[in-house]
Design a protein around this ligand. Structure first.
Ligand SMILES: NC(=O)c1ccc[n+]([C@@H]2O[C@H](COP(=O)([O-])OP(=O)(O)OC[C@H]3O[C@@H](n4cnc5c(N)ncnc54)[C@H](O)[C@@H]3O)[C@@H](O)[C@H]2O)c1
Length: 257
């Protein structure tokens, strides 16, 4: 086991990639806080982790609420005494409206997909700093590095999802820079197209075929489990000297460097 006793908060662990992280971290011996806005799904994942022998709790949270994120961090410290890893994975993706380019909707997406990460990191940071150690893992996206054509009228599109994910990569560098003196690392995982229910709902089949067939070096979409190895690595001592990086786990779709 690579993460024995590691206390990990995973936001958006009620389904999809976050759920896969929660299972893998449990299998690696971590104590996992399943933090999600969806109580029913979060509790179901928590029950499944416990059923396989894991030490897991459900923490209800709306990551766009400062109050909620502070309570989330405090709840975990009250329970296990520390926070070793935060995976700030929650985002509006399943329910995203790709036809809404209004300023109001852009701000709503920013509230969750960007400020939700900032707030979650901010809430956990003081505890990690006190420990002199911690790993914050953010969740960017290949969408941060692409500029696909977006149908629009006279006005510019809002670029809502892509721009929040690009901002996550920038935030990751800034947290890493600030946290280094305290021993707090911050890295981003940038997934390629991953076959969650959200992707099946939001990405049209023909676009998926194009991405896989033309844009990806390894010609298959990811499964949520394909992302878990990078998260375990970034949470573990194996990556002790890695911070401020964006790790693309995307079958060779985006090649940074
Ligand atoms: N699936 C992909 O292809 C893909 C690719 C690149 C990046 N990503 C990113 O990976 C992450 C997970 O993707 P997914 O496909 O599993 O998405 P998903 O929509 O299936 O899961 C998101 C989870 O976040 C939770 N959530 C939403 N708003 C919340 C809030 N305000 N507070 C707390 N929890 C909230 C949801 O309840 C859900 O459990 C997201 O950050 C997404 O942007 C996904």
């Amino acid at each position: 086991m690579k993460l024995q006793g590691n206390v990990t908060i995973i936001t958006g662990a009620g389904q999809g990639i976050g759920e896969a992280y929660a299972h893998r971290f449990t299998e690696e011996g971590a104590r996992v806080a399943v933090a999600d806005i969806n109580r029913e799904k979060g509790e179901a994942v928590t029950a499944a982790l416990r059923a396989k022998g894991g030490d897991a709790i459900f923490v209800p949270v709306d990551v766009s609420s400062e109050d909620d994120t502070r309570k989330m961090a405090q709840t975990v410290v009250d329970r296990w005494g520390r926070i070793d890893t935060l995976i700030a994975n929650a985002a509006i993706f399943y329910d995203i409206d790709n036809t809404n380019h209004s300023y109001a909707y852009l701000r709503k997406i920013f509230d969750v997909n960007f400020f939700g990460v900032w707030l979650s990191a901010r809430a956990c940071y003081p505890f990690m700093k006190r420990q002199g150690k911690g790993s914050i893992i953010t969740q960017s996206s290949g969408a941060a590095y692409m500029h696909p054509y977006v149908q629009h009228d006279d006005e510019l599109p809002s670029f809502h999802y892509s721009i929040t994910k690009a901002s996550i990569s920038a935030l990751t560098h800034l947290i890493a820079g600030a946290g280094g003196m305290a021993g707090v690392r911050c890295n981003a995982i940038s997934p390629g197209p991953t076959m969650t229910e959200a992707t099946k709902k939001t990405v049209p089949e023909e676009i998926m075929q194009y991405i896989v067939g033309v844009m990806m070096a390894l010609k298959r979409p990811l499964q949520p489990e394909d992302l878990t190895g990078a998260a375990v690595f970034l949470a573990s001592e194996e990556s002790a000297m890695i911070t401020g990086q964006v790790i693309c786990v995307d079958g060779g779709m985006i090649m940074l460097g």
